[in-house]
Design a protein around this ligand. Structure first.
Ligand code: NI
Length: 245
């Protein structure tokens, strides 16, 4: 069930059986010369929604904007500062826990969100510890590409040229979902450089077309469909322990 397509009465009934919800979280940021700006939000959303169908749990609205400061030198990127994203996560958790949700999992599509969302969880737990809040509250952060079995699948699909940004796997998922928006572009070099970076200007200097370590021309929609199904099955499996069904 999708929260945005439900009524409050349906959510009240759902909470009698289960207090679990998954919130997709992504980013709107450059994804190289072929990748869509919405890639990370699109990937998180489709995996969470498919997992919700498999596992019968509630999926909340997608938090499309994330912490993408290092991509700000490329136009189209919209980034929340770490402090802003922490505030958003804290407010989302406060709203849901106030309604009775006790198992709140964020399904993430962007590596750059991980440190900030984890820090937001620490802030929430610190406040609860100091207030001696005794209600159970489980917060989880899972990235679709780190779910059990997915790294192995990625290594098998793309033995060379997967890389770490504008990867063929995430672009394959968007080609599967949005075939009308598929883009092609010349890539030079075919596999981009990879490594460290600091701020957005440093990122663009080191990685001028926006890719890191990847060859997105390896993407195809069939692989995208397989990745969505595998990640959704893995997420549904992880959620079993939180759903009282
Ligand atoms: Ni991405």
């Amino acid at each position: 069930m999708l929260l945005v397509e439900a009524t409050w009465k349906e959510i009240e009934t759902y909470l009698l059986d289960s207090q679990a919800i998954v919130i997709p979280i992504g980013s709107v940021e450059q994804h190289g010369p072929m990748g869509l700006l919405g890639t990370d939000a699109m990937c998180a959303e489709v995996v969470a929604r498919r997992a919700g169908e498999i596992g019968g749990f509630l999926v909340g609205p997608t938090l499309a904007l994330g912490m993408a400061q290092s991509h700000l030198a490329f136009p189209g990127t919209i980034s929340l500062k770490p402090s802003t994203l922490m505030a958003v996560v804290q407010d989302v958790v406060a709203s849901l826990s106030n309604a009775g949700f006790r198992h709140i999992a964020f399904l993430n599509g962007h590596g750059g969100n991980i440190a900030t969302v984890t820090a937001a969880f620490s802030e929430i737990h610190a406040q609860r510890s100091l207030q001696q809040d005794l209600d159970n509250l489980n917060l989880a952060l899972r990235s679709w590409f780190d779910l059990p079995g997915i790294r192995k699948l990625l290594a098998d699909m793309y033995p060379k040229g997967h890389g770490s940004h504008a990867t063929p796997s995430e672009i394959a998922i968007t080609q599967h979902l949005y075939p009308h928006a598929k883009k092609m572009a010349p890539l030079d070099p075919q596999i981009a450089a990879d490594g460290r970076f600091t701020d957005a200007h440093d990122f663009r200097r080191r990685y001028p077309d926006g890719r890191k370590g990847s060859d997105p021309s390896l993407a195809n929609p069939e692989d995208g469909a397989k990745l969505v199904e595998a990640a959704a099955q893995a997420l549904a499996q992880e959620m079993v322990r939180y759903t009282n069904k």
